[in-house]
Write a protein that binds this ligand. Structure first.
Ligand SMILES: *Cc1c(COP(=O)(O)O)cnc(C)c1O
Length: 406
């Protein structure tokens, strides 16, 4: 049996929506992008939602708006995809890496210790779709002592008067951040990724959810960031195609990171059926949990606790007590049986570029422990129970061959 890792969900509804866009005569930012923004906002309840061409560019856009500059610090977990820290570097600030908890979420205690007067933002990551402890993180940035340490150095920072919390929800669309609260509205700014492997995709894309407190106006901020995402050009291409609409101005130093309608169409058709798609992901997650229920050597990924619930983006299985070399040999065995698996993630301090910047994995022991025994199994709505059971059987065989019989 050949089982791919994470094929996109492309059904007739997706194809028809894309064809409709192609035939409409308008393929870049316009009505479909707006419709997708409205769907995401309706799903998660954010103050406003702006779609852009990736999570990465969305995060850079927000950090530039915040006004970070060289010497400023943004706290990120060491255990995440590299984009989390690269966005900080692109915006001109320094990523300060901290360790994670056993459940993959950022350690709030480690965040507290890492805060300095130069800290401008915290960027927690919902690894595998399981939300971080946002109540504790929001309490931390609102703490009187932490606020007193904060040094505002831009108009936006003055207005906020504290550290910004920008969450990396690349994996967690549709997850519950707390009882009855979906991800998208739990922090100041939440950015979803709509990349090809994510739960809902536009091939490449991202969605910025705005929930800034008073005196910010999230509707105004949406307009401002939308302008920033289109070179700060006062008239977008859609408006300029109308007769007589030729004159425009450039009113600032923006970026060019808008989402195209032809991309938005893919996500639009998917998000309209996301209830069904997410339900099926959760079912697959439980097929795995059940298959491994008799294996004391398996640590199943976190799903639900204290009102939080995962979006089941990744089935991050961990094998108790194995080292990196045994994990790699298990993956070789599993791959030879036709099952594509992955590792989420190689902690950033283990990657050449970040090593070169001086980060050391020894400083993040829990990130290393989570990584060295982790194997991500295929999980997506198209996966059948039989396929998931086959994957679980192959993982058990791999354990027997590599660990038990060794
Ligand atoms: C996919 C991913 C990103 C980057 O998303 P893009 O849309 O490809 O820029 C960021 N953070 C995490 C945790 C991711 O998995």
């Amino acid at each position: 049996m050949n089982i791919p890792f994470s094929p996109p969900y492309i059904d007739d509804a997706v194809v028809n929506e894309v064809v409709d866009t192609l035939r409409s005569g308008w393929i870049t930012t316009g009505p479909k992008t707006k419709a997708l923004e409205d769907e995401i906002q309706a799903l998660c309840g954010a103050g406003a939602v702006l779609c852009v061409n990736s999570w990465t560019s969305g995060a850079i856009l927000v950090l530039r708006w915040l006004g970070v500059k060289p010497g400023d610090e943004v706290i990120v977990p060491a255990y995440t995809y590299c984009a989390t820290a690269l966005a900080v570097l692109h915006a001109g600030a320094t990523p300060v890496m901290v360790d994670s908890n056993e459940d993959f979420t950022i350690s709030v205690e480690a965040v507290r210790k890492a805060i300095t007067p130069r800290t401008k933002a915290i960027l927690p990551v919902d690894i595998a779709g399981f939300p971080c402890d946002y109540e504790a993180i929001m309490r931390l940035v609102q703490d009187a002592g932490i606020r007193a340490m904060f040094q505002a150095e831009s108009p936006v920072q003055e207005k906020l008067g504290r550290i910004l919390v920008l969450s990396d929800a690349a994996h967690s669309l549709g997850a519950y951040a707390k009882e009855g609260v979906l991800t998208g509205c739990e922090t100041d700014v939440v950015v979803f990724s709509l990349h090809a492997v994510k739960n809902v995709t536009t091939a490449e894309g991202g969605a910025i959810c705005l929930n800034l407190p008073e005196p910010f106006d999230n509707g105004d901020l949406y307009k401002d960031l939308r302008l920033q995402s289109l070179n700060c050009q006062t008239k977008d291409a859609f408006t300029k195609t109308k007769a007589g609409g030729w004159r425009y101005d450039i009113v600032g130093f923006g970026m060019k990171v808008n989402m195209a309608d032809v991309n938005a169409a893919v996500g639009l058709a998917q998000i309209r059926q996301y209830d069904k798609l997410l339900k099926r992901r959760i079912e697959v997650f439980h097929v795995y949990n059940k298959a491994f229920s008799d294996c004391d050597w398996v640590i199943c990924p976190p799903f639900e606790s204290e009102g939080k619930r995962s979006s089941c983006h990744i089935y991050a299985l961990r094998v108790r007590g194995i080292d990196e070399e045994q994990r790699d040999r298990m993956i070789d065995y599993i791959s030879r049986q036709g099952v594509a698996v992955n590792v989420h993630f190689i902690p950033m301090p283990m990657l050449s570029f970040f090593k070169g910047l001086g980060y050391r994995i020894e400083d993040y022991p829990q990130a290393y422990r989570n990584y060295c025994c982790e194997i991500s199994l295929p999980i997506y709505p198209q996966l059948t129970d039989e396929q998931a059971e086959y994957v679980a059987r192959v993982v058990k065989e791999a354990y027997t061959v590599v660990v038990k019989q060794a």
